[in-house]
Write a protein that binds this ligand. Sequence first.
Ligand code: NAD
Length: 260
Amino acid sequence: MLKGKTALVTGSTSGIGLGIAQALAAQGANVLLNGFGDAQGAQAQVAAAGQAHGIAVDYHGADMSRPDEIEAMMAFGAQRFGRIDILVNNAGIQHVAKVEDFPVDKWDAILAINLSSAFHTTRLALPAMQAANWGRIINVASVHGLVASAQKSAYVAAKHGIVGLTKVTALENATTGVTCNAICPGWVLTPLVQKQVDAKAQAQGISIDDATRQLLGEKEPSQQFTTPEELGALAVFFCSAAANNVRGVAWNMDGGWAAQ
Ligand code: NAD
């Protein structure tokens, strides 16, 4: 379905980004990966997912808190693949503290990585998408783009912000073949969430299993984690012809979290 298209997935060396990159590769898209950590391992997994289509996979290590490095990555993508057709803004970090205790440098980093980076990639990707009259921008927001939780001021602010950016980008391109939508997951068991489970277990002197049950029980009615594979399938749907007129939605996949 996506043969001949190229997808850039930010923060795709682990977790949700890696899952989405694999799902797009399995549909035949070439993939440009980004993120810290095991880039080679991620490249190998994505190449394997797209093996039947003979896709090309490459990597750029831009720090998504740095506009100059984002610009270099977008230039690299254009030069390597001709154009980015599918942009998945996924890179994100978390920090948990009350507003009055929230470290200023963490606030700045979360806003830069979880929100401003998507503005930069989007502004740089749009002209080529508009010229081709086809493009897909998928912003990995969060259920925290729709509702709040205590101790997550920067994250909730950034995620509400990216839902807003999604709507504006969708509106400005509404008469074109370029769509922009957001995905709003509830809990997904990735390194980002494992850290929160571990912190809970340590703070309360309980086991990891009990901390996991408590985490799900507090917010997620299904009592189940959403998986990167399920989120990848939703991203594939947004890229399909059936989603040509899906514009500016914030689609939660949250086990009923925001329905409460
Ligand atoms: P993760 O920690 O597994 O992955 C985060 C990715 O972002 C990694 O590839 C990491 O290297 C990359 N990254 C972090 N800082 C970066 C930077 N400065 N520059 C470039 N890359 C950077 O986390 P995840 O859970 O897969 O999160 C992915 C996205 O999904 C985030 O935007 C997160 O907010 C969102 N999300 C996660 C959950 C969840 O429950 N895990 C729920 C809702 C939304």
